[in-house]
Design a protein around this ligand. Structure first.
Ligand code: ATP
Ligand code: MG
Length: 332
């Protein structure tokens, strides 16, 4: 079986709809076809300040949401990044293979550091794509399910894997991004030119999966659309409506063409009212399942202990090979 690897940050407590449609849904699907490794990336979370107690709680909430979304610990390896020390260890080696200019070209860093300002921007935020390279290469992953915003980081991963292999001999699998075009970028409901984001969206633009369902319904109903009235998918001319159609089609397993037909001659109000209902029907059981996992910390801890053990077995082997290739003296 080919390998898959991906990670999600525990920064906001709740996942948002973009995380689910762009990434987590694909994690669930790839369990069937891949030897899949999924982790909650707490090392990445501390690239911006975190309250320690909140970080711990949010990490558990992230794991509970992944289980609620359909990850099955018998069919994938689910773990917390900091439980596997090899990530930081290989991360250092990768730092030493990356050009400063190369790292400086990462657009996510440019965006995020511009937002935080130079004095609030950590070196960790600058080097986090390189840690991500290590995350992926440790598992010899073939496929990396992510949203469009991560494409550049997967490109960096491919470059560094090839660089290492050329310099030191074949060691790492060169991974490919697994990006599902239709849902690769879910947009902010208030600003359909920007991606829905844990850290950048305003509250009204962001559907948090763990919010009260009626709060999410209200956000759908007040989503920004356009002054036209026709319900038609057109990402250029009608980004707001197109975003709603994408969400609607994916959550209900219908096609955009079917929806366009269903809403022919109807107004945006009808579309939003129906989608709000779809949203409520989806998040209500999702929230309940998440709460069940949170109410059972022993089971959750057992899942993570088993996951960390399985992950470490793979990661330790890859790290040992990389250390040897680099020329580190083996410890006796
Ligand atoms: P931040 O804005 O702080 O980076 P985030 O919203 O991007 O947070 P992450 O935990 O960084 O959340 O991303 C987890 C996964 O969700 C990644 O694979 C990312 O590509 C995907 N993703 C994030 N936002 C979207 C979106 N709006 N549409 C589709 N996929 C998304
Ligand atoms: Mg992100």
């Amino acid at each position: 079986r080919p390998r898959a690897l991906s990670g999600i940050q525990p920064t906001a407590g709740s996942f948002h709809l973009g995380n689910y449609l762009g990434a987590v849904r694909q994690y669930v699907a790839l369990q069937e076809t891949h030897d899949a490794f999924y982790m909650v990336v707490d090392l990445h979370a501390i690239t911006v300040p975190q309250d320690p107690a909140e970080l711990r709680a949010n990490t558990r909430t992230a794991v509970a949401q992944l289980l609620a979304a359909g990850l099955d610990p018998d069919r994938c390896t689910l773990f917390v990044q900091s439980h596997v020390p090899e990530h930081a260890q290989l991360g250092w080696v990768m730092n030493c293979l990356t050009g400063f200019g190369e790292a400086s070209r990462m657009t996510q860093f440019k965006d995020k550091s511009a937002k935080h300002g130079a004095n609030q921007t950590t070196v960790g935020l600058f080097t986090y794509p390189i840690l991500q390279v290590a995350d992926i290469l440790l598992y010899q992953a073939n496929a990396v399910p992510v949203g469009e915003d991560q494409r550049q980081h997967i490109e960096l991963t491919r470059d560094l894997a090839e660089r290492f292999n050329t310099r030191f001999g074949d060691t790492f699998t060169v991974p490919a991004p697994h990006i599902v075009r239709e849902t690769a970028k879910i947009y902010d409901l208030q600003d359909p030119s920007a991606k829905m984001s844990k850290s950048a969206s305003t509250a009204k633009g962001l559907i948090n999966l763990l919010d009260e369902p009626k709060v999410s319904a209200k956000k759908i109903k007040s989503a920004v659309t356009d002054t036209d009235t026709v319900i038609r998918f057109d990402a250029e001319e009608k980004p707001g409506v197109s975003n709603l159609l994408t969400i609607y089609a994916t959550l209900t397993g219908t096609t955009i063409a079917d929806l366009e037909q269903k809403y022919e001659g109807k107004g945006y109000g009808a579309l939003k009212t129906d989608l709000a209902e779809v949203m409520v029907d989806w998040v209500t059981p999702f929230r309940a399942r998440t709460q069940e996992y949170l109410d059972d910390p022993e089971t959750l801890d057992a899942v993570l202990a088993k996951g960390a053990e399985k992950a470490r077995a793979v990661a330790a082997e890859t790290l040992a090979q990389a250390y040897e290739k680099v020329g580190f003296l083996p410890a006796k």
